[in-house]
Design a protein. Sequence first.
Length: 819
Amino acid sequence: MPSAPPASDPQQADASDGKAGETAAEDVALFGRDGAERIVDVQPLLRGKHREQAKVRLYRRSAGSDGSKQRVTEETDEFYPFFFLSDAGLLEGFPAGRYRCETLDGDGFFRHLVAVRSWGALWDAVHHVEQNTGSRERRPDELYLVGSPVQQYLLQSGRTCLKGMEPGDLHRLQLDIETRSTGDFPNAERPEDEIILVALSDNRGWERLLDRRHLPEPVLLEEMVQVIREKDPDVIETHNGFQFDFDYIRTRCQMHGVAFAVGRDGSTPRAFDSSIRFAERVVDFPAIKIAGRHIIDTYFRVMAYDVFKRDLPGYGLKAAATYFGFASEERTYVEGDQITDLWNEDPERLREYALDDVRETRQLAAHLSSSAFYLTQMLPMPYGQAARTGPASKIESMFVREYLRERRAMPRSQWGSQSVGGYTDIFLTGAVGPVVYADVESLYPSIMLADGIQPKGDTLGLFPRLLRRLTDLRFEAKRQMKVADDEHVKGALDARQSSYKILINSFYGSLGFSLSTFNDFEEADKVTRRGQELLREMIGAIKERGGEVIEADTDGVFFVPPETDAADRPVRGDADAEQRFTENLTDALPDGIRVGFDGRYRKMLSYKKKNYALLGYDGDLKFKGSSLVARSSERFGRRFVRQAVRLILENDLEGLHDLYVETRAAVEASDWPEGVRSFARTETLKDTLQQYEADVEAGERTRTAPYELARRQAGQEGRAVRKGDRISYYITGQGKGVTAFKNCKLADDWSPSAPDENTAYYLARLDRFAEKFAPFFEEHDFRRLFSPEDLFGFSAEGIELQTERHEPAGTEFDDDVPF
């Protein structure tokens, strides 16, 4: 009979010393009870000679102090696979010598802990429980199982990866491939669609290019594997590597009989299907796990960043690098459909392009992954997983680790949903300014701490204790940032406070998440209800003090500041006075609730709830929401809207009319500055082709252009189509009212020498974009502004921008987590 996972550890902090003891206990819950340092990865050993006792291999990177070179060492450790169970009777009939069952403290639903020796025994026990559950007509959630052996080891041991390390201690390697294409899109299964370049770099100044001109493809692949093994990185970083580079490399290796043996133990990667959620979007992708190494895909890091910022122009490497300021002035740009021709005509330029790709990937990864690095030091999951896992799962993993350590019965997730949402409302639409944004600092966390919010199932009281400790840790990190002189130290502290912030903001989300084990919809509603009250109190204070409220959005308010304050001192237009006025709103709110000054803007175009544009004093223009500029819209339309908004905010109505006339003329002349990319539309497949066809057959949806083209492309090229794929297409045919799915082509099929786009359709699209601005003008003036030139010319004289005040419409459900 195996021993159960240890309940205590000699390294556990002493929690008996008053306040210091409480803090130590909370840090054990946050960081794990075992302080083992410099573990870079954990590899499960479950088969072969390890069939009878589950083990893991730990990879540690030495510090390399006193001038010695860093080394990676290996060691093995045992663990006991386990799961939580509601009723020990469900194990009736399972051989008693194969497991140990321990009854836990407390009255949680999962009152028993079952431990076994091997991974095979774990699944035998799980299947036995499932069979007994079915025979007794019980619900299928009678056990709680963590399916990853690595996570099980980390939960059980109290260890985490990367403790005692800084981001720069990791050896990070960047990888990018360029491929030849004999079709519209490279197909790894087509023999002639070879990998022609492999660009590699690392965070220690090394770069390498492997070139198909000098090596047959099989030799190139073997050389790539050898280089990766020799460099021995802890992390491999790519941009869209899961969905393209790795899948392509694996297929080409299989074609040539080359072992893609890049694991630290000489193994090939384990492939499995996975998915990742970004707000309302779910992306399916072919994941891989490389033994002893992590994978960071900056494509996913960029998408995760944009969930909160919502202002990235695109998720591609070039767009992201430009957005973050990483693109050098000498950067080489090549469109995807030009790669094959450029390889034949100017391979040196393509080589520079590939190197620029890995350089930008390295910078993006360093910028966007530091918070995930520090989260890994706290979470019972490896670095690559911490970078891809959602916030609710992060919080739950910490709670489960502590419930396991304390031998406390676990709760079961509640059924139901939230009934109260965040407060969003709009009071004024139009072009207004100047504008200030005031936000309640950490609104939901502040409410949860002030009101003692705690899910009923959390019998250990972890929720309030860990939330407060994380808040204290973040405050201390931010305090140290202010006094730090060294920029490197500041950057590390900023990444730490960001990791704490991610967890802090996950607490509220876990309350209202239906799949969270520690959810509590009633408590979640208390938080949002109190948030509404506080926001209304702040709105009242702004109005009482002479400000005009434009929009309320969950935890903040846009408003036009008053001309003067209560002491008749100027406010509007004075940055310091506006900040002072905003922060003084704290006086009108309860203790513990602080109002922060979160920005000032020259003008704001208030369009709809949570949809607006802000013009900064530096001329920078920012957009929020998709009603004005949807990322899936045609590029020429997005450009037109962005330029039009700037002209409206600058009150340049002559320029606005000229913009419309010039854009219309360009569409009529098929004068596209970026070729087909100017008017093609890109959409993401949210369902599989099979689901799409089934829904069409059932009459639950109509046929659409992107799915029809994806189906056609899959048939022609034999390329698998996955949920999350992006399809770029344009509309053909005659007349603006054509049926899109019957008159569409892939963007790659368009030829500038024989343009066949539907001009009438795209002129109508231009007018649809222009109609977004109708609310800001009288109808007659709008028609004058957005119409072709006539014999009498155009004059903006007499045209005035319109603003409209709105009565508060009440509460709209909003599940955004306020910072």
